[in-house]
Design a protein around this ligand. Structure first.
Ligand code: NAP
Length: 262
């Protein structure tokens, strides 16, 4: 039943393709009044077709206060698997101001036959694992965590990020490529070949948009230094896709309307 006068108000913590996909499902649906929140890390984010806001809340208590003040009915954590602080804040905020709470957690990438992955726990560990012999390394770790590679200046780094890194963050030998996924395997193979890449460093973000680089490394027999995800206690309710999150919201809305006798 559509009840535009009492839409289900939902805060979505975004910054991922899943959050953007959920925003597209919700756009124009009068049952819902969603608000998509960005941290503000990307200089020119693709704007969603629903209302959005940018910037931190001021910790868990700030987020709880916002949920209360805005009369939110639900919170969805659709942040990046490496964004540990905001996910912890979301769980704490829900403990302070209880609401239906859902996490969208992308499955991590798993190695398959032919992969040459070395698992590491941090970018510092990845940089150290590259060794003393100069290599040409493809970095797909964003633009804000390049510092560990400045400590290993004998390698040449090809750095791909959505926005150009700040010059003072760069290692001395760096080639910058700005691009936004999704990427195709053939293009990734061509890129690795043209830059004569010896191996890549990446975080286990999961998802299909940036997975092609792993297939490309497999095809070329290149090593991958794969940073494991931080341990984040997931919400008790989790799904893996925006479609499932939409179904969860629809059920929640149905329950609210049933309780109101609408
Ligand atoms: P983080 O360390 O978990 O968060 C740091 C702080 O940024 C949080 O405490 C919060 O500030 C604010 N914040 C983070 N996400 C927010 C959101 N969606 N809306 C409003 N405030 C937010 O996360 P991060 O590593 O800085 O990542 C920030 C954003 O980039 C996230 O949206 C994430 O999904 C996306 N992202 C991260 C990575 C990564 O590898 N870390 C990669 C791709 C995309 P307050 O405490 O003041 O509320």
């Amino acid at each position: 039943m559509h009840t535009p006068s009492d839409p289900t108000r939902c805060l979505i913590l975004g910054g991922t393709s899943e959050a953007s996909a959920l925003a597209r499902f919700l756009a124009g649906d009068e049952r819902f009044a969603p608000l998509l929140s960005f941290a503000g890390r990307t200089r020119s984010p693709v704007l969603p077709p629903i209302p959005c806001r940018t910037g931190g809340f001021g910790g868990a208590s700030g987020l709880a206060a916002m949920l209360e003040q805005e009369g939110m009915h639900a919170l969805i954590d659709a942040t990046h698997p490496f964004a540990a602080r905001i996910s912890a804040n979301a769980a704490q905020a829900i403990a302070m101001w209880p609401l239906p709470f859902l996490g969208i957690v992308r499955p991590a990438w798993q190695p398959v036959a032919g992969d040459r992955w070395q698992m590491v726990d941090s970018l510092e560990e990845a940089a150290a694992a590259l060794g003393m012999r100069p290599r040409r390394i493809f970095l797909t770790i964003g633009r804000q965590e390049l510092a560990p590679f400045r400590a290993c200046p004998w390698h040449h780094y090809v750095i791909r990020s959505v926005d150009t890194p700040e010059p003072h963050h760069l290692p001395p030998q760096a080639t910058i490529l700005t691009a936004r996924g999704p990427f195709a395997t053939d293009d990734e193979i061509a890129l690795l070949r043209s830059h004569r890449i010896d191996g890549i460093v990446t975080k286990n973000a999961g998802g299909s948009a940036t997975e092609a680089k792993l297939a490309a490394c497999r095809a070329l027999g290149l090593p991958v230094w794969m940073v494991r995800r931080p341990v984040i206690a997931p919400p008790s309710n989790t799904v893996t896709t925006a479609q499932e999150a939409m179904r969860w919201l629809e059920m929640l809305h149905h329950e609210r309307m049933t309780e109101r006798g609408a």
